[in-house]
Write a protein that binds this ligand. Sequence first.
Ligand code: PGA
Length: 240
Amino acid sequence: MQIKIFPNETELALTAADIFEETITKKPNAVLGLATGASPVLTYKELIRRCKAGVISFADVITFNLDEYCDLPRADKNSYYTFMQENLFGHIDIKPENVHIEDGNAADFEAECKAYDAQIAAAGYIDLQLLGIGTNGHIGFNEPGDAFTDGTFRIRLSESTIKANSRYFTDSKMPEYALTMGVGSIMKAKKILLIATGSAKADAIYNTVNGPVSPHCPASVLQTHPDAILLLDEAAAARL
Ligand code: PGA
C-alpha cells in the first residue's frame, strides 16, 4: 500500500486527478469505479476542468459507481445518481450508456446485483477504483462485520453510517438500505485510490494501515492489494 500525505485537499485532488489522467490517457476506454460523498468532490472538479480544457476525454470511458441507496427515487436530491450528475457526469463528455449505477429501486434486488456484477465482468473489470472511507472503516457501503463481502449486494446501513450521512437528509428520512459493490468486486480493480481527509477519519486510517486485515475494518483489506494508494491530508494521517 502506498501512502501519500498532502498539506491540503487541493493538492491531494490534483494528484488524484493526475492518476485518473494517466489511466485515461493510456487507455481511453478505461473502466473507472467511482465514489460519492465529500471526499471525491474536488477531484471531480479538477477532472471536469481538465475535460473542458481538452486535456482528457471521457468519450470512451466506462464507469461503475460503488453504491446507491435503496427506496430513494433516482431524481431525489440525495440519490447517488443525482450526486454523480451534479458533481461529474453532467459536466463531462461521457456517454450516458457508459455510466452504471445500481438501481436501488429494483423490484428484484438479487437480480439487480447479479446483473451489475455481470456488467463489470463484461467490461473487463475496473482499471481504476476511487474510494472514500467511512469513519468506521467502510469502503463503498461494506460495513464492518464478521466476514469480507464478495460481489454486489444489499446491505442494511450501520448506525454510524446513518449518523454520518443523515446530515444530507434535512427534509426526508435517510434510507436504511443500499446496494453496494462488495469487497471482492472492489479488490478485483487493477488500481485502487482511496481519499481520506479530516480528523474524523484518523482512526479508520490508522486501522486500515496498521490494524490486522479484518472485516471489522473493511478498508484494511487494501493491505493485500498489489496497487492501492492512499491519498491523505495531515489530519487523516495524524495517527500514522
Ligand atoms: P465522505 O464519505 O467522503 O462523505 O466522508 C466517505 C464514505 O462514507 O465512504
